[in-house]
Design a binder for this molecule. Structure first.
Ligand code: NAD
Ligand code: MG
Length: 394
């Protein structure tokens, strides 16, 4: 029986994770659930799964959650605040952590899971983008297993030889990784219409239903840029061996090209329950509730190169990945601020890459050697990005 903590249980990945777990009560026991603001949904999840610990953002939310649980006679311990997210990992008795908080807020508890030797199911790509080497070292010293949940990385993981995960430098004939990208809702939108894009349009992804932040990242293709950096750390291949391909149907989730000419692909419905189930049960496979893929019903599968003029965020991420050091941390922080301002504060869509680029040029690059430094750079980049947005909105 696996004992699972879900960080971000009320989000899109969190809810899908609970859906897979619900189908396999004989295999999985939820021991910790966490949410930011959605108290009612978290209470309902606690009622169904009776975890040992539930975490919510603040004292007010905790009081409300405690009251709701008392009404139903549920004995889950209620904690709150950022430190409590770490307790959900270290004090719940879990052996497996689904890291599904969105953005930098997930870094510290995900790192705690890595250090504590848990099986880490990594959806929270921002955590790895921010902390790169430090995170991979924490996984190594903790001795746990890292399984990518991001569909592309999960696909690549499935297409690589098992031994590769243990020793990426063994090579094993792996030549290139091909990350597929749908191209988002604006793949074909005339460029002169992009200026007027609204949050609702940006969040209407053609193939995947996801949280708002990752939906905007998919529209700008910053998501693929973050995924390139994620793949670099996860699989240890040089950047020039990691390629991005536009594939609008989102059926081929990613591919690995081998030295002998073989290309291995993982195909499936665009449904996150597939990679989630794979991570939960690895190395076994379990029913995930996903509809079977019917290839005969698909008109075509097409592939093309991304247009970096249309998707400047992808070019910025490539450049930050090449620079290394704290550049990916700055890229991620500035992007989170710009996307937040676009979603909630009227920042024009086309300003997202502008804010990211300005922030990257304003902060000097340097090596990453500690969590303190990463958190400091993250905070600085957020301030700088907010200042740039402020000057625009005056
Ligand atoms: P979401 O917005 O639907 O959910 C985010 C979760 O994080 C919620 O449970 C929320 O309560 C929690 N959260 C948000 N801010 C928090 C904070 N400050 N402190 C504590 N908890 C906080 O997002 P999502 O779409 O589920 O994405 C989650 C992560 O998974 C992201 O990093 C995303 O890039 C990654 N991911 C998502 C998908 C997808 O299909 N949704 C696919 C691949 C990767
Ligand atoms: Mg992805």
């Amino acid at each position: 029986m696996r004992h699972i903590a879900v960080l971000g249980s009320t989000g899109s990945i969190g809810v899908n994770t609970l859906d897979v777990i619900r189908k396999h009560p004989d295999r999985f026991k939820l021991v910790a659930l966490t949410a930011n603001t959605q108290v009612e949904l978290l209470a309902a999840q606690c009622e169904e799964f009776a975890p040992a610990i539930a975490v919510i953002a603040d004292a007010q939310g905790a009081a409300r959650l405690s009251a709701l649980l008392l009404e139903k006679n549920i004995r889950t311990q209620v904690l709150y605040g950022p430190e409590a997210l770490v307790s959900a990992v270290t004090e719940s008795g879990c052996d497996t952590v689904m890291a599904a908080i969105v953005g930098a807020a997930g870094l510290v508890p995900t790192l705690a899971a890595a250090k504590a030797g848990k099986r880490v199911l990594l959806a929270n790509k921002e955590a790895l983008v921010m902390s790169g080497n430090l995170f991979m070292q924490a996984m190594k010293s903790g001795g746990g297993e890292l399984l990518p949940i991001d569909s592309e990385h999960n696909a690549i993981f499935q297409c690589l030889p098992t031994k590769f995960a243990q020793d990426p430098h063994s090579g094993l004939g792996v030549e290139e990784l091909w990350l597929t990208a749908s191209g988002g809702p604006f793949r074909n939108t005339p460029l002169d219409q992009l200026a007027a894009i609204t949050p609702e349009q940006a969040c209407a992804h053609p193939n995947w239903v996801m949280g708002r932040k990752i939906s905007v990242d998919s529209a700008t293709m910053m998501n693929k840029g973050l995924e390139l950096i994620e793949a670099f750390w996860l699989f240890g291949l040089p950047l020039e061996k990691i390629k991005v391909l536009i594939h609008p149907q989102s059926v081929v989730h990613s591919m690995v090209r081998y030295v002998d000419g073989s290309v291995m692909a993982q195909l499936g419905q665009p449904d996150m329950r597939t990679p989630i189930a794979y991570g939960l049960a690895w190395p076994e496979r379990i029913e995930a509730g996903v509809a079977p893929l019917n290839l005969a019903q698909l008109a075509a599968l097409s592939f093309s190169e991304p247009d970096l003029k249309r998707f400047p965020c992808l070019a910025l991420a490539f450049a930050a990945a090449q620079s290394g050091g704290v550049a990916p941390t700055v890229l991620n922080a500035a992007n989170e601020i710009a996307v937040g301002a676009f979603l909630d504060d009227g920042l024009p869509y086309l300003q997202i890459p502008v804010i990211v680029e300005k922030t990257l040029s304003a902060i000097q690059n340097g090596p990453v050697d500690s969590l303190e430094l990463i958190l400091d750079v993250d905070a600085r980049a957020r301030r700088v990005a907010k200042d740039f947005i402020g000057t625009l909105q005056q």
